[in-house]
Design a protein around this ligand. Structure first.
Ligand SMILES: [Zn+2]
Length: 82
């Protein structure tokens, strides 16, 4: 179940919600920093899937929803289904 309040926080975050950071090869070569919670993850799966394990949020999904919002021209109405 996605937390709609958290998703809204991501959608309204000013600027990019994440950043890929170059690291030493011993640390995997890349890390992902979440700009919403501040966590930097060196987990290759998190980097590959653009995922924040702390927020449990998919940054790519957020980016897609932001594009959709821009196209619609207004914030998406996120209704709870439960
Ligand atoms: Zn996060």
């Amino acid at each position: 179940m996605m937390d709609t309040a958290l998703l809204t926080k991501f959608l309204e975050h000013p600027g990019p919600t994440f950043q890929i950071i170059q690291t030493e090869r011993a640390l995997g070569g890349e890390a992902i920093k979440c700009h919403v919670c501040g966590l930097t993850s060196y987990n290759p799966n998190d980097v590959r899937h653009r995922y924040c394990g702390n927020c449990h949020m998919d940054h790519e999904l957020v980016a897609q929803l932001r594009k959709l919002q821009a196209r619609v021209g207004r914030p998406l109405h996120l209704a709870r289904s439960d």
